[in-house]
Ligand binder design. Structure first.
Ligand code: VNL
Length: 388
């Protein structure tokens, strides 16, 4: 009697163990998140990882019967590394979704792997317009530079900034920013008197700023990737540009919430255009910022929101497909519409790019801290980079 029940119990335990392993293997849904956690773009990885983990903590790690397993990899923002990591994640780890992509070259390096393996790729940061054209498996939850920079050109022309110098990082998003800002300013009656491009890696802005001082434009328009804004601001001040009466404007990458509060008074009054400010006054954003700060200890920036919304499209897409991945998941994701901490957003099913409000903001001191305070909004902006 004793022996039989012992055998019975162990057989049952074995069956349960085997059974649950089989069920687990089948029901795990793997997300391979590739972001720069070290190197020049480390803040982008830090922001996205914190936001992705917050989303999972708030929404549970099971969706449509699948257990979400997050695998985080640091690509140090070197595209060859991104590519190798993406290959390993697809072939060895058999991930169901690739995500992250801190900079444009990383996204372009990963696109063919997404296409060949039919793995959805959720781009949470990289913002050159043409990225979504490089694979039908890409959906993007960040922004594009044509989308963020065009409204600022309209504003500049209306506000007496007719003579402008542009300074951009010399790669995809910078070229997009230069092109679209210039076209819109020109159409509104302004002139770009000089277009300058600084190297993307280890830039020294000093010689460019010196030249801007000599040119004495009404304003300097800047695009630099997230993480580089504080250096521009410091050198702008060191050269006394503000005192020379040259206004500083840019896309919100310049006054990035990750660094803004440490930039000091030189940032006060800088006008930018962007899809997100940590100071955005909605209830949804206030609770997001509070939860994010509590979990991570720092202020979320626009890429944190890109990561948070990226997880949202994965979760909601999976609910719609009842747990199916691949092409079905891309099709479900690209039709989503939701309220983000940044405001109301949707994905454009034709381009798989995000449609969102672009806010004009001015840096002000609020409650003892520096913030991008929104003063105007252009609603539901599609990527002008893909206008036919
Ligand atoms: C890119 C665009 C990267 C905007 C950024 O920060 C940014 C990019 C890392 O496409 O590489 O703010």
């Amino acid at each position: 009697m004793k022996k039989r029940s012992f055998l019975g119990a162990s057989a049952l335990a074995l069956a349960a163990a085997l059974g649950s392993t089989a069920v687990l293997a089948q029901d795990v849904f793997k997300v391979g998140l590739i972001v720069p956690m070290t190197g020049q773009q480390a803040t982008t990885g830090k922001q996205i990882e914190a936001a992705v983990k917050l989303y999972i903590a708030q929404n549970g790690d099971t969706v449509a019967g699948k257990k979400i397993q997050l695998i985080v990899k640091d690509d140090t923002s070197i595209p060859d590394v991104t590519k190798r990591l993406a290959q390993e994640l697809v072939v060895q780890d058999k991930v169901d979704v690739l995500a992250g992509m801190g900079i444009t070259p990383s996204a372009f390096a990963t696109a063919p792997i997404a296409t060949q393996s039919k793995t959805p790729l959720v781009v949470m940061a990289a913002a050159t317009s043409s990225i979504t054209l490089s694979s039908p498996f890409i959906v993007r939850t960040s922004m594009t530079l044509p989308q963020t920079s065009s409204p600022l050109a309209d504003w500049a022309a209306k506000n007496g900034m007719k003579k402008v110098v542009t300074l951009v990082s010399d790669y995809g998003p910078g070229i997009d920013a230069e092109k679209f800002f210039t076209a819109r300013l020109t159409a509104a009656g302004g002139t770009v008197v000089e277009s300058m491009r600084a190297p993307m890696r280890n830039p020294d802005f000093a010689p460019f700023l010196q030249k801007v001082r000599d040119l004495k434009p009404d304003a300097l328009f800047v695009f630099v990737p997230s993480g580089a804004g504080a250096a521009v601001m410091k050198q702008f001040q060191e050269r006394g540009m503000d005192k020379a009466g040259i206004k500083l404007i840019g896309t919100g990458d310049l006054t990035d919430d990750d660094q803004l509060n440490g930039m000091g008074d030189v940032a006060l009054g800088v006008v930018t255009s962007m899809q997100y400010s940590a100071y955005h006054p909605s209830a949804k954003n206030k609770s997001f910022v509070a939860a994010f700060k509590k979990a991570s200890g720092f202020r979320p920036n626009f890429f944190a929101v890109g990561g948070y919304d990226g997880m949202h499209v994965i979760y909601e897409g999976l609910k719609a497909t009842k747990g199916q991945g691949g092409e079905a998941l891309v099709n479900a994701m690209k039709n989503l519409k939701w309220e983000s901490p940044r405001g109301p957003v949707s994905l454009d099913p034709e381009t798989r790019d995000i449609v969102q409000n672009i806010y004009l903001s001015k840096v002000e001191r609020k409650d003892g801290e520096l913030y991008n305070v929104e003063f105007d909004v252009i609603k539901d902006v599609k990527d002008p980079g893909k206008a036919k």
